[in-house]
Design a protein around this ligand. Structure first.
Ligand code: MN
Length: 321
């Protein structure tokens, strides 16, 4: 998915300064963002209160939307740099095309993992024949400096490891959870997991005390460390935890996001993650003149143009504002 915010402003984040070293329970409210004509998403990261969780730098939750009589998701070709995109669905399907020639339908509980490295472009759309409901999350992972210029690549994994406990089924999307590792390529110590809880379940999830964590609610009624988290909200949990108490009032779907706090300061603008305003300006310029990011073939429509760069210089603001 693309950041379609026309008033895109650059932001600087990363660094250990604002990582909470001990367990906390900090509820992050979503910001509603309109994507195209028919899709509204709830943006959890970056958030007024927090910009990153580990290397997770962008989290949108969308749906469930009834798109039976609608085109559904229609995100025209757009570029990425310095990040990975993770497509994760609970309902429906997304057709991914990219400048490497990938053409892949991603279905519920399959991992669509695109590593932009130095440059890639892609489009995402609901196929013409699609399921009635569309429900999912779109996430970005910041690449560390040592790997941010890697060759772009796209991975699709349908067979992800699952960790189970009574009332809990946890699919490991990225990184490692309780000894089970995702086949998706990760460049920093990280975890992303889909937690499916049955109503009435009470369980504890093993965590790494060196990681910081957050839990996004996708559906149902659940309590995370005693805090009710409604669908479309995210609870930031800080570091220093060895386990996480979970309780499901009804059947519930959650996403656990965590990782080693991201040490490097980085600059985010539109669909780019860089280390300086100059790099951002160069990438924007390259996309606008049609170089470096390749070409997406087969998408029925025009590609996105980049929003204007702001006239004000970048101001480092850290991991929280
Ligand atoms: Mn995208």
């Amino acid at each position: 998915m693309s950041n379609l915010d026309r008033q895109a402003t650059p932001s600087v984040c990363g660094g250990r300064g604002f990582v909470v070293a001990e367990p906390v329970r900090e509820l992050l409210a979503p910001r509603r963002v309109q994507l195209g004509e028919s899709t509204e998403v709830r943006r959890l990261l970056p958030n007024l209160g927090r910009r990153m969780v580990g290397a997770w730098a962008f989290v949108d939750h969308y749906g469930p939307d009834d798109i039976a009589d609608e085109p559904g998701m229609q995100v025209p070709p757009h570029p990425h740099m310095g990040l990975q995109t993770v497509s994760w669905l609970h309902d429906g399907e997304v057709l991914h095309r990219d400048s490497l020639g990938s053409l892949q339908t991603v279905r519920p509980r399959e991992l669509g993992l695109m590593t932009s490295g130095r440059a890639i472009s892609h489009s995402e759309e609901s196929p013409k024949e699609h399921a009635r409901f569309l429900h999912g999350a779109q996430l970005w992972v910041a690449l560390p400096d040592a790997h941010r210029h890697v060759e772009p690549h796209f991975q699709h994994h349908v067979d992800l490891p699952v960790v189970t406990a009574p009332g809990l089924s946890a699919t490991v999307i990225l990184g490692e959870l309780d000894g089970a590792a995702s086949p998706g390529t990760a460049y920093t110590p990280i975890v992303g997991a889909d937690l499916s809880l049955t109503g009435g379940a009470e369980t504890r999830l093993p965590l790494d005390p060196d990681f910081e964590y957050a839990v996004l609610s996708m559906s149902g009624e659940a309590e995370v460390d005693g805090v009710p988290v409604l669908p479309g909200s995210m609870l930031y949990l800080g570091c220093g935890r060895t386990e996480l108490p979970l309780r499901a009032v009804s059947d519930a779907g959650l996403m656990l996001l965590g990782g080693e706090p991201f040490e490097e300061e980085l600059v985010m603008f539109w669909n780019f993650i860089a280390r300086s305003g100059e790099e951002i300006a160069q990438a924007r310029n390259d996309w606008e003149k049609g170089s470096r990011f390749g070409e997406v073939r087969g998408y029925d429509g025009a590609r996105l143009s980049a929003p204007p760069l702001p006239t004000t210089p970048l101001k480092p603001r850290g991991r929280v504002r």
